[in-house]
Design a protein around this ligand. Structure first.
Ligand SMILES: [Zn+2]
Length: 343
């Protein structure tokens, strides 16, 4: 499959509560703004989305005050894929709305990666060797290669179903990788980490992606470059990661960089309106120029830094969506205006 480049997508979450109406609203909003690869609206927290169903299966994982605990020595995971309703929603939506399907190039599914899921499962101290110095106070499944690998296999079975539903981009979102890779205390060898990443994306036949926001250590960049993933999806507006990539590196490893050109970490400004938070088109164009100059038009996918869910608590749904739509519209418009300017 030819790698993707010079297109637009999103990370996945939106400032909307989880209702059937909001799923429709969220996907329509992305398409009306001109996003070429919209994601299903991720309206449930990324951990709960995949761990809540396992709790309901009564296999030893329990939820207490919002946190997940393994009450067994072994992490038993379902063999059958689950949490497929988000993709099924997209399939149904496009069946009912063929005019919307015609406006886009494809659609994206955002799944949660095995490292990030493992880091939220608190396990009995006795089942794993805990390092003397740990980044985390709790003993979690991330300390166990076998448990993380088990989660990677489970996610690859889920990804396989999204692949069959026709998702064009399938992302394993791994914020936890940005926290554990590149520090002195590292939980897995490089080979182990590579095996886990490659396992998670192994069933994706079109475009595989890994999203890690925050500051990316050179070691994590190298790990992802060595992996089989096609799209490396990172935050760029903060400037931390700007100098980590160039055209030669991406082409050598046949990667595409999903480059954050829209800020998603937002602080409330007194007496503000939605416009106060929306990057003007010229500002977005400047960010796109920077991306294109550095890595080349064909190696870049344009998108917001991260998901938009945090905007819900800052703005509420209406103003939150106004901010999101303003940003996405300006992104699509900026890209379109630049089509002719760039060769
Ligand atoms: Zn993120």
């Amino acid at each position: 499959m030819k790698k993707l480049g010079w297109t637009t997508t999103v990370v996945g979450s939106l400032p909307l509560t989880n209702t059937p109406e909001n799923l429709i609203r969220g996907v329509k909003a992305q398409i009306n703004c001109g996003i070429e690869y919209p994601c299903y609206p991720q309206l449930v927290p990324m951990i709960d989305q995949f761990l809540d169903p396992i709790v309901d299966m009564n296999v030893g994982l329990v939820k207490n005050h919002g946190r997940f605990y393994l009450e067994a020595d072994e992490l038993k995971l379902p063999k059958d894929p689950f949490a497929l309703e988000y993709g099924q929603f997209m399939v149904e939506f496009f069946k009912d709305n063929p005019d919307y399907r015609k406006k886009i190039k494809g659609w994206k599914a955002c799944l949660t990666g095995p490292f990030t899921l493992a880091s939220e499962i608190i396990i009995p101290e006795s089942v794993v060797h805990k390092p003397k110095i740990s980044l985390f106070r709790d003993t979690t499944a991330i300390l166990s290669y076998d448990m993380v690998m088990g989660l990677a296999k489970m996610m690859s079975r889920i990804a396989s179903e999204y692949d069959k539903m026709g998702a064009d981009i399938i992302s394993m979102d791994e914020p936890m990788l940005g926290i554990i890779v590149g520090r002195k205390t590292y939980y897995h060898t490089e080979d182990e980490a590579l095996n886990i990443i490659n396992q998670a994306i192994s069933t994706i036949s079109r475009h595989s992606s890994v999203h890690v926001c925050g500051r990316i250590a050179p070691k994590l960049r190298n790990l992802l470059l060595e992996s089989n993933v096609e799209i490396m999806d990172h935050e760029m507006t903060s400037g931390y990661n700007l100098k980590l990539f160039d055209r030669e590196l991406l082409e050598q490893y046949e990667k595409t960089l999903a480059w954050g050109v829209l800020q998603t970490q937002i602080q409330w400004i007194a007496d503000s309106t939605a416009d106060s938070y929306i990057e003007p088109i010229n500002h977005v164009k400047k960010a796109i120029h920077e991306a294109v100059d550095q890595v080349g038009k064909e190696n870049v996918i344009l998108k917001p830094d991260c998901g938009f869910a945090p905007l819900l608590s800052i703005f509420g749904e209406e103003m939150g969506m106004q901010v999101v739509e303003g940003k996405l519209r300006n992104l699509a418009q900026a890209k379109q205006e630049m089509e002719g300017e760039l060769t």
